[in-house]
Ligand binder design. Structure first.
Ligand code: KIV
Ligand code: NA
Length: 264
């Protein structure tokens, strides 16, 4: 199998083929999603909430994400593995960003990195790209900035649509190979996707993007609680796992497992 590379994603956009992305943080999901044909596996800083038990993405560290990135990179044969730079590990300067991103490539085995920000991050995108690190930008609602953005809210409504367009063009000019757009009105996301040469990957940005990403625990029903409107649930893994755990516990308590066939 041939590895998905940045130029393949560009060609997919040109052909009108939609790009599939899911998060992955471990070996088995990486294997399964890779074998299912998912094009890009994002080792998201959403591991903060979905692996490490934090309430937001802010606390997760580079040292916590690197081992997860390495596990995914070892396990995916075809998919591009995209490492997500955590809060505080790249915003200080292009040099800080380069040193952090290089660790994701060298120690994590990532094929590219993602970082949050638009026009203000253009110098960082340019520095990484010049230094041999492909960058996927992330604009619209950027969870690492929830405290400056005033919580989880749609970005680019009304006059602020201009801001989203400006950010999109800025990261493209700086050399980004793709851009994630989160919680942006569908018409704005469609316009951005039509104007940009590089692929757009939407999450809460409608069907006009060139691809789509979801957090797998949201999409496949492992997480509980109130789900954002942009999530579609494709499985009930929490129910399946809970049923299996209860059946196991029942068997052990009843003495019906292990049986003779499980015994030496
Ligand atoms: O960390 C993450 O999972 C993400 C996606 C939601 C785009 O950044
Ligand atoms: Na993220």
């Amino acid at each position: 199998v041939r590895r998905v590379r940045t130029h393949h994603l560009a060609e997919m956009k040109q052909r009108g083929e939609r790009i599939t992305m899911l998060t992955s943080y471990d070996m088995y999901t990486a294997e399964v999603f890779d074998e299912a044909g998912i094009d890009v596996l994002l080792v998201g800083d959403s591991a903060s909430n979905n692996v490490y038990g934090n309430e937001t993405s802010l606390p997760v560290t580079v040292d916590e994400l690197l081992p997860l990135t390495r596990a995914v990179a070892r396990s995916a044969r075809r998919a591009m593995v995209l490492g997500d730079l955590p809060f505080g590990s790249y915003q200080a300067s292009p040099e800080q960003a380069y040193l952090t991103a290089a660790r994701f490539m060298k120690e994590g085995g990532a094929h590219a990195v993602k970082l949050e920000g638009g026009a203000e991050m253009a110098p960082v995108v340019e520095r990484l790209t010049r230094g041999g690190i492909p960058v996927c930008a992330h604009i619209g609602f950027t969870p690492q900035s929830e405290h400056t953005l005033g919580g989880y809210r749609v970005q680019g409504r009304g006059e602020s649509a201009e801001r989203v367009l400006r950010d999109a063009h800025a990261v493209q000019e700086a050399g980004a190979f793709a851009v994630v757009m989160e919680m942006v009105p569908g018409d704005v996301a469609t316009q951005v996707s039509q104007e940009l040469a590089i692929p757009t990957i939407g999450i809460g940005a409608g069907v006009g993007c060139d691809g789509q990403v979801l957090v797998w625990q949201d999409a496949f029903g492992l997480r509980t609680g109130r789900m954002p409107r942009f999530v579609k649930q494709y499985a009930d893994l929490r129910g399946t796992l809970a049923g299996a755990a209860r059946a196991y516990a029942d068997d052990v308590r009843a003495g019906t497992f292990p049986g003779p066939e499980h015994t030496f």
